[in-house]
Structure formats: structure tokens, C-alpha cells
Design a protein around this ligand. Structure first.
Ligand code: IMP
Ligand code: MG
Length: 179
């Protein structure tokens, strides 16, 4: 396909099976409570679209955008939140959905912002979590639900990009770096 797309790590049938399981877990966890799903753009869009269809409950779906700055301090995260969040979040259970847990800084930054809005409860779900050799610095908290634990390597597909490309692949693959 392209010299950037390497080995397939998680094929689409495994993703579909796991997303179905997660949908059932969430349906159980939130029975009788109307959750606000806060999806972190853009990486989570494919995952989110499949997840909410596996979880047919009444819910709000809101989007925030997270961007890590390049060229400034590593891990500086710039968030854009829509003004409606301040109206829907207070007193509600909130589930933050993101594509991948790497250093954990993005998820932490989103959690801090949502906490200031007065959520009744805050939980997090990521499709992928990297097994990192280096420990994550506190106060990084682990996601409450993880789709797949993966090796510490750069992955693309199913929402994840390399320089804006390959989000549309229906599977998760390793990035093949040019020699
Ligand atoms: P963090 O290091 O946990 O804050 O992850 C930051 C963001 O970096 C994620 O939400 C992804 O958008 C991106 N990211 C981290 N690892 C990968 C990867 O392996 N492939 C593509 N994007 C990644
Ligand atoms: Mg990204």
C-alpha cells in the first residue's frame, strides 16, 4: 500500500470484537445514568463511531480538540472546548474517550478541564495503551478502561495518524519508518 504502513498489529475483526465488549461493559457500568461522552478529536473519531453504536443508551456526545505543541516543551497540550460543555457537564457522569494513552498528558489535561466544570463522576476510556519502559510521572492516572495494551511503538490507523495521514485505515498498524 505505502512504504509508511507496516505490519498489521490489530486487524479489524479483533477491533470490532473488542469494541462490542466495551459497549457491553459501558452499558452495564452506566445503567440508569445518562452519561456525557467527551471525545478527544481527532484520533478517537473512528473508535467513537463504532463504540457508541455498540452501546445503545441515552447519552450526550461532545467533542474537544487536543493538540500537542511541537517546538515547545514536550507534552504541552492545547485544548479547545466547546462552550456547550459548561452547560451539559455539571452534575453528570462524564466518560472521556481517547485514541491512545502514551505519556498520559493529553488525558490528564482533558480530565483537569472537565473537573473544573463540576462533573459528578469522571472516567476515562482509551482504545490503546502503550506499555512504556519509562514510568509515567505522577500525577498521571491510568485510564479506567483500555481496549488493547500494545508495545511501545508508533502506530497508525483506526483514527491514529502519522503527520495527518492514515487515520482511515480500518486496522491498527505499525508505522514503517524510512531507513
Ligand atoms: P499522550 O502522550 O498520552 O498525551 O498522547 C498524546 C497524543 O499523541 C495521543 O492522543 C495521540 O493523538 C498521539 N499519539 C501518541 N502515540 C501515538 C502513536 O503511536 N500513533 C499516533 N498518535 C499517537
Ligand atoms: Mg494525533
Amino acid at each position: 500500500m505505502s512504504e509508511e504502513v507496516g505490519e498489521i498489529l490489530i486487524p479489524s475483526d479483533r477491533i470490532a470484537a473488542r469494541v462490542g465488549e466495551l459497549g457491553r461493559l459501558l452499558a452495564d457500568a452506566y445503567t440508569g445514568r445518562e452519561v456525557v461522552v467527551v471525545a478527544v478529536m481527532k484520533g478517537c473519531v473512528l473508535f467513537l463511531a463504532d463504540l457508541v453504536r455498540a452501546w445503545p443508551a441515552a447519552m450526550d456526545i461532545e467533542f474537544v480538540t487536543a493538540r500537542s505543541y511541537e517546538g515547545t516543551r514536550p507534552g504541552d497540550v492545547r485544548l479547545t472546548l466547546p462552550p456547550e460543555l459548561a452547560e451539559v457537564v455539571p452534575g453528570r457522569p462524564v466518560l472521556i474517550v481517547d485514541d491512545i494513552f502514551d505519556t498520559g498528558r493529553t488525558l490528564s489535561a482533558v480530565c483537569r478541564q472537565i473537573e473544573t466544570l463540576g462533573a459528578a463522576e469522571l472516567k476515562t476510556l482509551v482504545l490503546l495503551a502503550k506499555r512504556r519502559a519509562a514510568p509515567r510521572e505522577p500525577p498521571i492516572r491510568r485510564p479506567d478502561w483500555v481496549g488493547f495494551e500494545i508495545e511501545d511503538r508508533f502506530v497508525i490507523g483506526y483514527g491514529l495518524d502519522y503527520r495527518g495521514r492514515w487515520r482511515n485505515l480500518p486496522y491498527v498498524a505499525a508505522l514503517r519508518q524510512k531507513p
